[in-house]
Write a protein that binds this ligand. Structure first.
Ligand SMILES: Cc1cc2nc3c(=O)[nH]c(=O)nc-3n(C[C@H](O)[C@H](O)[C@H](O)COP(=O)(O)OP(=O)(O)OC[C@H]3O[C@@H](n4cnc5c(N)ncnc54)[C@H](O)[C@@H]3O)c2cc1C
Length: 447
């Protein structure tokens, strides 16, 4: 597929995972990216680390700290959640660039100025790191410029307008003290993260908060907000602000124009959720791992273009609303200020639908739906449940629908019948069969 030239705009986790995946499929890929202009720390889960490795971002996966405790002071009590891995985003982004080089992605360092589409394809005007204006042409465009994506999109869905104010600090401590904490307070919530001598604070408030200062007065505003929260005092007491403050938009946004025959949005440019659900890098990687198969189908199998578009749109929409509901339920747990506009609005958005619906075997359905298989999007029979509306194609690598169809024809849904049936599935390991059996029992398909 070297004859097709794919342009990726943005070198965060989404653009990097997509570019690496496309190179692995044999496409010629050029990625244009400029570096982040502010210091930020983020927390990622073990699952995200695994996602980084499967996306080929092995060096980026080494930029994180070991697992460190994660606390929350919410609704008047302090709880320890499991753990998370903290990462300085500038270090992480440098390592992503090394991963791109290793994978063979052509990297053009610069800022995209304009994006134009014509019958011949895409034309990008960018300013390189020496302030020279240059152009590059391509056949397919991947928009991965995160929240600063500038492509036109009139059909966006937006949550309550939210902004996060960031400050990097330096501390005396050199001990291995990595930890993070989320704290609620009447006007919003704060995230604190420390690693060695670095402390990062992030104050999240409504973007309509009338007290919000001008950019030049951000630092005193952040310090005052932190002083209002007694639990933050021990974190900042021996710290001094280091470098300028920054404001990051953190409104939840789902793009309307997610994918068409010649372009696709990935990562935050497709869907960006409120950082309270804390999974942005994971979602970006998850889309970045699917995007190459969608693009491959659009380019190589145009007869299945509509199926690929359907797959990607539904995946983005489903992911967006699932994570928005996780955020909503977390906001709703804070009851002390439930009448304060910040909390009231977020505890009700995007809807009142439950996050999780207990699947009922009687309400399941087998249906043909688009799935990702063999680096493309195919139409396959899948199991639809109330909790998995996009369908489950395989469990432990074994296709579910054919086995379930036979099971539904059995008079008694017995474990013995299923064990014998699974043994007849050639080419699978015992561990896969055992995992599927456990899953079927857990979902109450067999007794
Ligand atoms: C306040 C806040 C806190 C967060 N905390 C967490 C957290 O703790 N854990 C977590 O998992 N996620 C967190 N996230 C979400 C996470 O940052 C994003 O979901 C993730 O980085 C999205 O990846 P991406 O590749 O889509 O975009 P980005 O990582 O934003 O990458 C986009 C890239 O495009 C580049 N770019 C932008 N414009 C141009 C241009 N014109 N030309 C060239 N390049 C350009 C940018 O410099 C950047 O390198 C947080 C988000 C916010 C706002």
């Amino acid at each position: 597929m070297r004859d097709k030239h794919i342009l990726v705009l943005g070198a965060g986790p989404a653009g990097s995972a997509t570019a690496i995946g496309l190179v692995r499929l044999g496409y010629r890929v050029s990625l244009i990216g400029s570096s982040r202009s502010f210091a930020a720390c983020e927390g990622i889960s073990k699952r995200t680390l695994e996602g980084l490795r499967s996306a080929g971002c092995l060096k980026a996966a080494t930029a994180v700290t070991g697992p460190s405790p994660k606390y929350a002071s919410w609704n008047g009590g302090i709880r320890q959640f499991n753990t998370e891995h903290l990462v300085s985003r500038s270090q992480f982004d440098i390592k992503l660039s090394e991963d791109l080089r290793t994978a063979g992605v052509t990297q053009l360092s610069g800022r995209v100025l304009t994006v134009d589409e014509s019958k011949q394809g895409w034309m990008i005007l960018y300013q390189d790191s020496h302030s020279q204006k240059k152009t590059i042409r391509g056949d397919f465009l991947v928009e991965a410029r995160g929240r600063s994506s500038a492509l036109k999109d009139k059909k966006k869905i937006r949550g309550p307008e939210t902004v996060s104010l960031l400050q990097h600090w330096k501390m005396q401590s050199t001990e291995d003290n990595a930890a993070s904490m989320a704290l609620s307070y009447p006007s919003g919530w704060v995230w604190l993260a420390k690693m060695g001598t670095d402390l990062y604070t992030q104050v999240t408030v409504s973007a309509r908060d009338p007290r919000l200062p001008k950019k030049t007065a951000l630092q005193p505003f952040i310090i005052n907000e932190l002083k209002r929260i007694p639990e933050s005092h021990s974190w900042i007491k021996s710290a001094v602000p280091f470098g300028p403050s920054a404001a990051r938009a953190s409104t939840s946004i789902l793009a309307g124009e997610l994918v068409s025959k010649r372009q696709l949005r990935v990562g935050d440019a497709a869907l960006a959720v409120d950082p309270l659900s804390g999974n942005g890098i994971f979602q970006s990687l998850s889309l970045g791992l699917s995007a190459p198969a969608v693009i491959n189908t659009l380019i190589r199998y145009p007869k299945r273009a509509q199926l690929a578009v359907q797959f990607y749109r539904e995946k983005c929409r489903e992911t967006f609303f699932r994570f928005c509901r996780i955020g909503r339920d977390f906001y709703a747990q804070e009851q002390r200020w439930s009448e304060h506009p910040f909390w009231r609005e977020r505890a009700q958005w995007p809807d009142v639908d439950p996050l999780h619906v207990e699947p009922e075997p009687a309400q399941t359905l087998i249906k043909m739906r688009p799935v990702l298989a063999q680096n493309q999007i195919l139409n396959k029979a899948v199991l639809i449940t109330s909790d998995q509306p996009l369908g489950i194609w395989r469990v432990a690598g074994i296709e579910l629908a054919p086995i379930l169809k036979e099971l539904f024809e059995q008079p008694d849904h017995s474990r013995d019948w299923m064990k014998t049936r699974l043994l007849s599935e050639k080419g699978y390991q015992q561990s896969q069969r055992a995992a599927l059996l456990d899953w079927l029992i857990g979902q109450r398909f067999i007794q």
